[in-house]
Design a protein around this ligand. Sequence first.
Ligand code: 6PG
Length: 250
Amino acid sequence: MKTPKKIFIFDDHRSLCEAALKQWQEAAQQAIAQNSRFTVALSGGKTPVAFYQKLARHPDLPWTKTHIFWVDERFVDSSHEESNYRLIRESLIQHITIPAVNIHPVFVGGGKPRDSAKNYEGRLRKFFSLPKGDVPEFDFVVLGIGADGHTASLFQGDLIDPFDRFVIPVTLSHLKYKRVSLTLSVLNSAREVVFLVTGESKTAILKAIAQEDSQLPAALVHSKHRNCSILADKPAAHSFKKVPDHRKKK
Ligand code: 6PG
């Protein structure tokens, strides 16, 4: 069933990142208490950079028990300016003390997107010790929303949730680079999904994905654990009524 996402609106990017950090801390605490580890999948894009930089300034977070996966990746060199590996390494990983085995990038060197997707899927299956038919359940997924309503590298018109697949190659002709992405099923199986959305350029698309019948990829993400929120700044969310952030009173 599609559960509505909660939208939280913040005065600025700084307070949005503060709230995201709080959600991350709570999710980490809960996951580690239950499973002795915290599994996260992170997106690229410009919006989450300040949040990753904020995380990087927290050596107190349980990094040795945190496993970092990528939501999606472009078929570019790992030093390329559009590489999500580079982005997350430079904004977060290189500033924290985390075991190398806890870092799980999508390998895009050589081969084809299909091979890369297969490799990533195989590594996910192994990491999560999944029997056939089961889908990985990340503890925390960070997503963005593109101006066309895409999220991760799930674009309208593409087959974003093929049966029994966790990872898809994305080879749409309008994209500058081929990509690899987690599927909708994986995003929706996560224990917590947090969209970070900022800036006026996102106002229209945020309104569009909030429509009940929207079929845009970002609108189809809903978390089977009913734990999917959008953290937006005022410019992105000015057509919404502010939802009080009750979590502050905890
Ligand atoms: C990527 C993403 C993508 C992104 C949106 C929003 O690697 O580009 O995974 O889905 O989150 O395009 O991007 P911005 O944050 O730059 O607006």
